[in-house]
Structures are given as C-alpha cells and as structure tokens.
Design a protein around this ligand. Structure first.
Ligand SMILES: *Cc1c(COP(=O)(O)O)cnc(C)c1O
Length: 337
C-alpha cells in the first residue's frame, strides 16, 4: 500500500515510541502491557489528531484554502491541534465548540485546550449542546466566503476518509516497530470517539494482514452505533484507497461502550482510578475524556481475565492530557475541592 499517493505534510514526530509498562503490568498481574505514545506526536502537546491533520491540511493547502474551520466539544483536543497547525501554516482558523458537558466553571471553560486554542490565535465561538455542528460549520463557511475567504472544513475529530489515512499509516508504523523487536502483539486497544482512529487502524491492519485485532473503547456512543460509525468510515476509506468496501469484515469492528459512564466528557470512578494508576506506576499522563476511559476499560478487562497471561497488549495513548487542567477537582486531591 503506497500512502505517498496522497498529499501529506510531515509535521508529526514519528514514529512515536512504543514502550513497555512493567510496573503497571506487575500490579495488575495479567498480560504484558505496552503503550504506543501517540500523545507524543509533537504538535502543541501532541495527540492522535496530528496524524490525521498531516493528510487533511495537505488537502486544504492543495485546494488553495486560506482559512480552516473545524468543530468539537469545548475541551476538544482535535480543535487545539488544528489551531496549532493552522498557525504554523499561516492559515486563519475558526473553531466552533459545542457545550456537550454543561460545565461552565473557569477551569473547564478557559483552561486546558481552550487556553491553547487562544494562544494559537484561533477564532472561537461556542454553540449549545446538541447543535447541528456540521450545519453550523457550513453557515460560518458561507459567511467567510462572502467576505472573500477560501475556507476548508474539517469534520469533528478529523474523521473522514482523508484523516483516517493517518491511522492506516499508524497501523504500518506499529507493526513495523513490533517486527523490528520481534514483539508479538496480541491485542491493540484504544479510546474511540469520532471513529477515524479505529477505522484507519482496522483497515491498515487488515490490508497488511497483520493479524493484530483492534479493540475500541467508546467514550460516547453506545456499542452498536459506534461500531456502525467505525465500519462505515472503514468502507469509505477502503474505497477511497482503491480497495473493495468489503475488504474488512463487519465483525472486525469492536467498540465496547461499557466505560462511557454518564456521558461524553463526564467523569467516572474507573477513569479517575486509571488516570491516577498510570500517573503513579508509569509516570504517564492520561486524560479524563478519552484515554482515561480507554485505559479504565483495559484495566477492567485485565481484571476480568479477558487477556491471557503472557499476551502482549498495546494501549494506544491518543493524547489529551492537557484537559487534565480543565478538570482539576475530580481526582480528590487535597486543596482542589
Ligand atoms: C479524538 C480523541 C480520541 C478518539 O479518536 P477518534 O479518531 O475521534 O475516534 C481519543 N483520544 C483522544 C485524546 C482524542 O482527542
């Protein structure tokens, strides 16, 4: 598979490290846990959207865009990474942030990703919960066009067939890393939201015939809906790449929604435990919205004996630790009530 056929700008720090986690593996007493550090992609504190944006921003530049529009939740990591790369490329950037959690305290509304969005010079406007965010982006795009701008719209999470190429490439990168050190990966697990990460990984693993199963932990939608979202994007991306849309079988798409809790961006006890455990056992920062819930799923599956002792399980760290600063009082730490 020749990804160089697609326009791409190289600004991520790749390959990201693949590291062993011996202390937390010993503590949990199950399989050998590894971590793929996509929190270290380099762009404004890193994260998974950077791989997608390498392809999306190349497309924007190729189409002559001078303005980028995207959308996400208030503490969107995707929006923050988009603001950063737009700044680097000298493009205007407008982000629409949906109030998905109903939190309006100062830390949530202004710190974490929102602080960084503003430092990168983006235009920010808020929208109420359950807005039709695609329609909102279209409307803003029309206004900007009337002003003579050439806007380029990036969907939430950068999840379309162009963005997903970033994770097709990540599947190659991880498999190559494992081959180089003769590491047999039995499972790959990560948090899934807008579906582009999982769609790219599953498609890439299948196209290479790697035999590495991908396990998504949903942070928002219930299992069936999330799996359908991922599967549809796999089909679109496969077609875009010249494969049959049926290259990947539907049952290869797994998105467990047991760890969402009360809703997107709302804390759970298991997430708090996961964030604290990884911080204390491995010195690695997760985030409350995505990787924390994903890792909570991994911890629970290990405790339930879902994986065999001696198996190698890789957790893809998708980034987001900046949003810890938007939730300083959920960890029960002294002085943060
Ligand atoms: C966006 C995001 C995810 C989910 O990736 P999708 O491609 O949207 O499914 C996971 N973790 C973090 C930190 C994210 O920002």
């Amino acid at each position: 598979m020749h990804l160089s056929r697609y326009p791409r700008l190289h600004f991520a720090h790749l390959p990201t490290p693949l590291e062993a986690m011996p202390r937390i593996s010993a503590e949990l007493g199950g399989p050998n846990l590894w971590i793929k550090r996509d929190d270290c992609t380099g762009l404004s504190s890193g994260g998974n959207k950077t791989r997608k944006l390498e392809f999306l921003m190349a497309d924007a530049v190729e189409r002559g865009a001078d303005t980028i529009i995207t959308q996400g939740a208030t503490q969107s990591n995707h929006a923050r990474q988009t603001c950063a790369i737009a700044a680097k490329l000298g493009l205007d950037c407008h982000i629409l942030l949906e109030d998905r959690t109903g939190y309006h305290d100062e830390a949530y509304a202004l710190n974490g990703n929102v602080l960084l969005d503003q430092l990168h010079g983006a235009g920010i406007s808020m929208r109420p919960a359950d807005s039709d965010m695609n329609a909102e982006m279209e409307q803003l795009s029309m206004q900007l066009r009337d002003d003579g701008k050439k806007p380029y719209l990036i969907p939430g999470g950068g999840s379309n067939e162009i963005g997903a190429l970033g994770y097709v490439n990540a599947a190659f990168e991880l498999t190559h890393q494992a081959n180089e050190r003769s590491l047999h990966i039995d499972h790959l697990l990560h948090a899934t939201g807008s579906a582009g990460t999982q769609a790219g990984l599953v498609l890439g693993m299948e196209a290479m015939n790697s035999g590495i199963p991908v396990y998504g932990v949903s942070v928002r939608a219930e299992q069936r809906k999330q799996e359908e979202n991922v599967y549809r994007l796999i089909q679109r991306t496969a077609e875009f790449m010249g494969y049959s849309p049926d290259l990947v079988a539907r049952e290869k798409v797994v998105a467990n929604s047991d760890y969402v809790g009360p809703g997107y961006g709302l804390p759970t006890d298991a997430m708090v435990e996961a964030v604290k455990m990884l911080a204390c056992y491995e010195g690695i920062l997760l985030d409350p919205v995505y990787a924390g819930k994903g890792f909570a799923g991994l911890i629970d599956l290990v405790r339930k004996g879902h994986f065999k002792k001696g198996e190698n399980v890789v957790f893809l760290h998708t980034g987001g630790s900046v949003s810890l600063f938007a939730y300083p009082n959920i960890f029960g730490l002294p002085g943060y009530q």
